[in-house]
Design a binder for this molecule. Structure first.
Ligand code: ADP
Ligand code: MG
Length: 214
């Protein structure tokens, strides 16, 4: 589903990723671990098309991202990918329902599924609430609902439980796993936490020499 071919990326002449290649299979839940500063977020940003590699290619369903114009790349990202970040990025001036419906609106799809996604993440009846009243764990549940509402093939998550206490993190991850398995989405989750990584099907370690199965 996703292939990284010979990816390299430097910042100010300092190499972060060098000739990295990997194939991610459809529907797999993969955790990526590695030391701080090794390039995990850089790698996710390259996969998401939020940053461009110096060399190499990101291929989605065999399609090289670099061969797409901005509109086509944006469309591919909106329809095929979902995102969850450490800092939630739940929009404060929108209700929970509006937050979750956002990917559907951007894709010009009917927004009816937003409420059933809120139900699925344990926020039944909360659609008209605003994020200000939510705990961190509830905020991340909204982010999970939003990331999966449009049924992406691939979920990208950067330290999704980094701001949560261990118990809340465990319940959010159990929910995340259940939802990606229910929708058939693959997922790539960057995490520091071995407990979080243990929820994935496979754990990869990112080092200076690339990605290795742990
Ligand atoms: P990780 O997520 O594994 O902690 P990052 O991918 O955030 O690591 O960063 C890898 C390295 O690249 C770090 O040394 C960081 O300072 C550098 N870096 C990341 N993004 C940028 C950027 N936009 N400009 C300059 N340096 C960056
Ligand atoms: Mg990072």
């Amino acid at each position: 589903m996703l292939e990284l071919r010979n990816l390299s990326k430097s910042y100010a002449g300092r190499p972060v990723l060098a000739a990295l290649s990997h194939v991610f299979k459809a529907g797999e839940f993969v955790a990526i671990m590695g030391e701080s500063g090794v390039g995990k977020s850089t790698l996710l940003n390259l996969i998401a098309g939020l940053d461009v590699p110096d060399t190499g290619e990101v291929l989605v369903d065999g399609q090289a991202m670099s061969a797409l114009d901005d509109n086509a790349a944006t469309r591919l990202r909106r329809t095929r990918m979902g995102f969850i970040f450490q800092a939630f990025h739940v929009l404060p001036h929108l209700t929970l329902r509006q937050n979750v419906a956002l990917p559907l609106l951007l894709n010009r799809e009917a927004t009816g599924r937003a409420d059933s996604m809120l139900d699925a993440v344990g926020l039944h009846g909360r659609g008209a609430d605003f994020p200000a009243q939510l705990s961190g764990g509830e905020m991340q549940r909204v982010a999970i609902a939003r990331a999966l509402v449009h049924r992406p093939a691939l979920l990208l998550a950067d330290e999704p439980t980094g701001n949560l206490d261990p118990d809340t993190a465990a319940s959010v991850l159990a929910l995340l796993r259940a939802e990606i398995k229910a929708t058939g989405a693959g997922a790539i989750m960057v995490t520091h936490s071995t407990a979080a990584a243990a929820m994935a099907d496979h754990v990869l370690l990112l080092t200076r020499s690339g990605l290795q199965l742990r």
